[in-house]
Design a protein around this ligand. Sequence first.
Ligand code: MN
Length: 343
Amino acid sequence: MAKIKRIKFEKKVYEYLKPFHITGSIASSSTNIEIIMETGEGIIGYGEASPSFRVNGEKVEALMAMENFINEMLTDMDTNRYKSIFDVTDKLIASPSLKAGLQFCVVSIFCMEHGIKVNDFFGGVKEYIETDKTIGIDSVQNRIKEAEEIMKSGFYHIKVKVGENLADDIETMLRIADRTRGATYIVDANMGYTPKAALEFVNQIYRAGIEIAVFEQPVFYQDIDGLRFVRFHSPFPVAADESAKSRYDVFRLIKSEAVDFVNIKLMKSGISDTLAIIEMARSAGIRLMIGCMGESSVGISQSALLALGTGAFDFHDLDSHLMLREERFRGQFVQEGPIIRVL
Ligand code: MN
């Protein structure tokens, strides 16, 4: 028996080392909610929600105001019956990042109570994973410089944000590829292109002999026909991110044959939908990557342990903590450059 006694929310603000610019948004800080869950026996689980208004329609203050309601909802529930807590928290469809942090608290309490590691709870498949590092939207010159610095610091998976200026984006990609030979590229348009512009982009890159490992969310999240159109005409694999929040979204994407890849984020799906999506993707022959919102090392830890444990992801975009100013590292993993290892 490990009954939940109380749950506390704490608001935390983290500054970005450099303002983070993606299609339609520039952020100078990330405001997260730390979740502290305590059982009657005094076991404490920590989690983090990194709410996103752009993707999930979440506002931090609205989520903070749910603290009492969440306590009413979960007090006296037994963490040994974690699946029943998953089922109840699955109702938090308007605050998926809160669902993610709460579900992680429950898993980590379960693991402490039974003396197992969280990554082993998820399956214990991998000893280490490799993350990329992201280049936000900036001038062509600055983006090239950043790509060179990223590679010099030991990262070989480079994520490039595009979607606001097609001509600049094409020039940026061609010149980055020229300066970072041997790197693997993930390109993310964050819904910034029309289907035709997306094809113009990939065709120019392809003709220059450059390979893109994953082309993320070229078009608007509701435009599933557009996504399918890009997928079937693009020489590179196409991924859904903003289009793929819940397990129901992914089911529809698979039925529509709209994508090659899904970018799963705990902050969109929680742990319950993430596990469902992993099994669906495996059945349908769809490949997976895992990404993040504005998590600190506490939130990245949640995704890292799930990715290490399930071993389900071809690419890992778990770098938000590397972009934020944090007093001290609090992740339950070891990081050396791009390599994230089991603690
Ligand atoms: Mn994305």
